[in-house]
Design a protein around this ligand. Structure first.
Ligand SMILES: CC(C)(COP(=O)(O)OP(=O)(O)OC[C@H]1O[C@@H](n2cnc3c(N)ncnc32)[C@H](O)[C@@H]1OP(=O)(O)O)[C@@H](O)C(=O)NCCC(=O)NCCS
Length: 172
């Protein structure tokens, strides 16, 4: 399996992860978000035949200081908004779930954020979780719940903590 930036060469039509809204976004909006309006960048995991096994997308974000748990913003200047990158979507194809690939893609996304943080100030990485199960998945890797402002759970972790958490062999 290999990791690639999403391109038109990837067949998006057959991807299914069990969540119709994620499948639909990947099929119909991911390329546009990346190429036309640049609102999100998508990375795919492909198998030996080039079929998409999973994907994630990242976008910039700003978290209200007052909505952040104290431990996440300790020592951070009290600006209105704390600079962040959001893991807006993460999905593994139904046929490949439960094999450690979600964890692998999350580790790769964290690596992308750490690389960006070498050039741009980023305090937090946030996760837009679809539901409680997705939130629980993220919590396993140290993401903490933010004050709920919408119906979906939102979580965040400090970039410097993620560096430690993911410094082992998870990515690839
Ligand atoms: C959530 C998802 C990305 C996880 O990917 P995956 O490849 O199935 O997960 P992994 O095999 O890498 O699991 C890593 C660990 O997380 C755990 N885990 C997986 N899914 C979980 C869930 N929904 N809730 C809690 N823990 C979960 C696994 O048990 C595993 O733990 P272990 O190492 O102790 O066995 C995948 O199931 C998926 O695409 N689901 C549908 C879309 C979705 O909900 N996306 C999340 C949006 S943020």
């Amino acid at each position: 399996m290999r990791i690639e930036r999403l391109s038109r060469a990837h067949d998006r039509s057959t991807f299914r992860c069990g969540r119709a809204e994620l499948d639909e976004w990947f099929r119909t909006a991911a390329m546009e978000a990346q190429q036309r309006n640049r609102s999100a960048r998508t990375t795919v995991l492909v198998d030996g035949h080039g079929a998409v096994v999973g994907f994630y997308s990242l976008a910039t974000h700003a978290v209200a200081y007052d909505a952040s748990p104290r431990e996440l913003v300790k020592g951070v200047p009290r600006y209105d908004a704390v600079p962040a990158v959001r893991l807006a979507r993460l999905a593994i194809h139904e046929d490949h779930q439960g094999q450690g690939l979600g964890e692998r893609l999350l580790a790769t996304a964290v690596r992308d954020v750490l690389a960006a943080a070498e050039h741009v100030g980023i305090v937090l990485m946030t996760v837009d979780a679809l539901d409680e199960a997705a939130a629980t998945f993220s919590e396993r890797f140290g993401f903490m719940r933010l004050e709920a402002t919408r119906t979906r759970p939102a979580l965040a972790a400090r970039v410097k903590d993620l560096q430690l958490t993911f410094s082992s062999s998870r990515e690839g």
